[in-house]
Design a protein around this ligand. Sequence first.
Ligand code: C2O
Ligand code: CU
Ligand code: CU
Length: 547
Amino acid sequence: MWIPDTLSGPNFTLNIRDTFAQIVPSGNQTITGGINGKFWGPTLLMNKGDIVHMTVNNYLNDSTTLHWHGMHLPAVMDGGPHQIIPPGTTWQPYWEVKNQASTLWYHPHMHEMSQEQITKGLGGFIIIRDSEEAAINLPRNYGIDDIPVMITDRDINAQHQFAIVPYGDSIMANMTLRAQYNVPAQVVRFRLLNGAIETSYNLGFSDNRSFYVIGTDGGLLDSPVLVNGAAPRYILNAGERVEILVDFSGQTGSNVFLKAYNQSLPNFIPGSESFPNGPFASFLGHTNYNILKLNISNPTPNPISTIPTTLVTNQYPLEQDATLTRIITISDSTGVTSVPILGPNAFILGHHLFDMGYINHTIPLNQTEIWELKSTSGFGHPFHIHDVEFKILTIDGVAPSPQQAGWKDVVLVERNKTVRFIAKFSDYADEMHPFMYHCHIALHEDEGMMGQFIVTEQVGLNKLNLSTDFSVYPNPTREKLFIKFNELPFEIYYATITNLSGKIVMMLPKPELASGIDVSNLKKGVYFIEMISQKTKLKTSKKFIIE
Ligand code: C2O
Ligand code: CU
Ligand code: CU
């Protein structure tokens, strides 16, 4: 199994490219999308409290976006469908990492192209560390006893190319077919990510060994939860992560498989059904299959040999602090005549097909809300929300199992069931850029199973000046461009740099201007820099030259 390289911050450069890779061991290479490599992308290591600066270069021939799934950040930095990066353009978002230690990920979120761009292999892990996690005796040696595993499936055709279909016939672990990996004979931590387009995986080990769940989407649980019994399983749905501990002590020389037991996945959960033909055909539907062979080898010099009894102290929002219950329906479009363009099998949220120009919900900053996801759909959907991590309150009236009771940003809403979760919408208000919520089945999302909300703050226009005039220096320049405001500095909402033919070459949400804008990547020529004021949204632009 391939292990992604790591990048440490606080500055990260990500180059998104069309490329190719030897996915099938011999014969044709596969056309892929890669971030700094041949597929997938580096694992970004961040610390809580860091201010991270991303430089995202889009070298694809298509527009794309890069979304930081699970990250709590300003909407304009979120990389959702509104933060489009045209080909040849650099996008430079930055934010303070406020999430607690957790396993997040990043992936394209271009509306109607998510499935295609994720299928190519674009994405990557984000590992956030913090002092609370660092104080626990947990495996933390990346790739040795702390192993990221992105599970997905692909349909690989006779020419070895990835077909853009919801279900694949070949399972992959970190983009590796028939993956195997050496693990030391001690306690090993796996950070499992379901990176599939649609499939849910009913995970377990071939010897039915027990394991401990220590973390979910948004961070560690209060204490490890033992998953045991005759058939210990954990269902991981598209977009979800789970961190587990497995004890291999004293087992040097033997091996065990991480498997998907999808034969026993409940009906109407993606991957549970056997479709021999048609658009949903898959050899893997309703079967059990190996994902990753683990060869147990000698322990490392200072192995972790015990499972901690407690982890972190989580402060979840309290039900009595919720000001509102927001009801989101999940339904099949069949018979819904108000959305005539939907095919017979599309699924929708809130009886409203996704519309980039329509804000479905407006949430006052700092409001605590209960979201009630009410499904009348005939199928299960992994519901995901941006901006926040939430806590599941009930699933059809019943409290979640302990391994689902931590911080989450995706929850499977099974056919005809109702899920209630609670979340607080703090820190970031923005009237202009919305956050998304959607089904994490990329096909459904692309078909319009998505909605958006803005978080708003009541502020009057205040004392600060309204002039947006500025000048740039030095001009001509080569390395850096500095900004001088003609009056008091106005707060900048967004800056863009366009070339003479009107093409955007750099996108700078809320730029920090004190140390200048790095323009050393730009070719010689004439450019315009446009700035938008935070308060008035007025735009002013200036010309400058790169020599
Ligand atoms: Cu992982 Cu809006 O997505
Ligand atoms: Cu997300
Ligand atoms: Cu769905």
